[in-house]
Ligand binder design. Sequence first.
Ligand code: AP5
Ligand code: MG
Length: 191
Amino acid sequence: MVNFLIFGPPGSGKGTQAEFISEKYNLVHLSTGDMLREETALGSEIGIRLETIMKDGELVPDEVVIEMIAHRIDNNPEASGFLFDGFPRTLNQAVALDKMLEERRTVVGTMLALDVEHNELVKRLLGRAKTSKRSDDMKESVIENRIRVYRQKTTPVADYYRESGRFDTVMGMGDIDHIFGKLCKVIDKYL
Ligand code: AP5
Ligand code: MG
């Protein structure tokens, strides 16, 4: 079993590319953003609390997402590998993931980091706001905050994987199929 992380700022194309990658390589796609939106859509007490954090573009507590991921890993014993999208987003989460995978005698092959210019991120997310129901896409100030939170709290996670030799970066601008092709070339090196 080999697992991969798709990483990058808000709007860099993690979800878009994760769909293609998980299908081609038969990986279980685990997006913490999608899981959290499912929870908020239920309107549960915890869902309402999470929504107040997400609508401002802040991170939800580590223990919430770590528990969600642990649960999904346990519920997929037959998986031939996982593709983590939007997780880990803090050093605590990265350490917790390594521990979870070690207990299951598996590892992260590499982090696939998408590199996209700031203006392009804002343009994509404002574009998506016209059709998405995501509360965090609606205001430019919230989009800017999501990017700021990424730079402050999440980029150290890239250093964590870079330092342990599990890091590859791919230019995430331009044609979606072309980016997918570049990601496949990287993944193939680890299989
Ligand atoms: P999450 O759902 O992970 O959102 P995000 O990181 O802000 O990223 P997006 O999903 O908006 O972008 P993406 O990179 O997936 O790009 P996409 O493919 O959609 O997190 C949301 C919130 O949940 C967080 O703010 C936080 O509150 C909470 N959360 C989640 N995980 C957490 C964690 N681990 N810890 C704590 N809190 C957590 O593409 C974006 C748009 O661009 C789309 O319209 C797409 O069609 C378009 N597009 C994609 N590729 C291209 C291309 N090559 N050219 C042109 N357009 C493109
Ligand atoms: Mg996404």
